[in-house]
Design a protein around this ligand. Structure first.
Ligand SMILES: Nc1ncnc2c1ncn2[C@@H]1O[C@H](COP(=O)(O)OP(=O)(O)OP(=O)(O)O)[C@@H](O)[C@H]1O
Ligand SMILES: [Mg+2]
Length: 227
């Protein structure tokens, strides 16, 4: 169970969420549902108001973000926070900090995002939105995370680019990294997820496989505009 919020007010509450090693899990929720708040609480950027965060059986609830990062939890915010004036290469190198960037990791990142190899000398700010999203994920991967948390990777992307970004994310599956993705576009979320949770007004209202969620009448009505 986890609760978090601001100024004494709980924004997310009673959250029971499990992500198993190697899984891709989606958190589906519309604007203001509490996705970012939940992610910040898990990543150590916001102090939980109640409940616990457990990583590999260890209670990490009050660990600050840096310690969580060191333990292998990478958080990519919706705004991406790239170093815009710096090159793709520098962004990738900084992603490995505080460890040294190694060839092998870089090669594995290029395998998933081949375009970045050709753009190493380009400044991050001059990449397209979709390319910036890929760079943000690639940069996080340079730190060899065990859990990669992506907050609305589709933010600011045209439908085609968002789909490309999610196709690339699907390429992460089976590479050993565990994925937790917050997304309000249900078809995108379900395209990459093994399981999903629906977050509504700070509470988990539903969970299931992509097929179960896609066929759920509530989900169809509220998120897909069907029925
Ligand atoms: N720093 C803050 N201080 C006070 N309230 C906040 C703060 N950040 C978020 N909130 C509130 O918490 C609620 C959930 O916000 P949150 O950003 O977690 O939602 P979200 O699901 O990520 O939405 P979106 O899809 O728009 O990013 C909202 O009502 C928001 O106004
Ligand atoms: Mg958000």
């Amino acid at each position: 169970m986890l609760a978090a919020g601001y100024l004494g007010q709980r924004v997310v509450d009673g959250i029971d969420l499990e992500v198993r090693p190697g899984e891709a899990v989606a958190i589906i929720g519309s604007n203001g549902a509490g996705k970012t708040t939940l992610f910040r609480a898990i990543a150590g950027l916001l102090r939980p108001m109640a409940g616990r965060v457990i990583l590999d059986g260890r209670d990490v609830t009050r660990w600050p973000a840096q310690r969580m990062a060191k333990a292998g939890v990478a958080y990519v915010p919706a705004e991406r926070h790239l170093f815009g004036a710096m090159t793709v290469k520098t962004n990738l190198m900084l992603g490995a900090y505080p460890t040294r960037p190694d060839r092998e990791t870089l090669e594995s990142v290029f395998e998933i995002f081949p375009l970045l190899r050709e753009r190493l000398q380009q400044r991050a700010v001059t990449l397209s939105g979709g390319q910036q999203q890929m760079l943000a994920v690639a940069r996080a991967l340079m730190g060899r995370p065990r859990l990669l948390m992506l907050d609305e990777p589709s933010t600011g992307l045209a439908p085609k680019l968002a789909k490309d970004a999610f196709d690339a994310l699907a390429g992460l599956k089976g590479t050993g990294v565990t994925l937790l993705v917050a997304e309000q576009q249900v078809p995108l979320a379900l395209s990459v997820a093994d399981r999903g949770y629906v977050l509504e007004n700070g509470r988990i209202s539903l969970d299931g496989t992509p097929r179960e969620l896609d066929q759920n009448p509530e989900v169809r009505r509220a998120y897909l505009g069907i029925g």
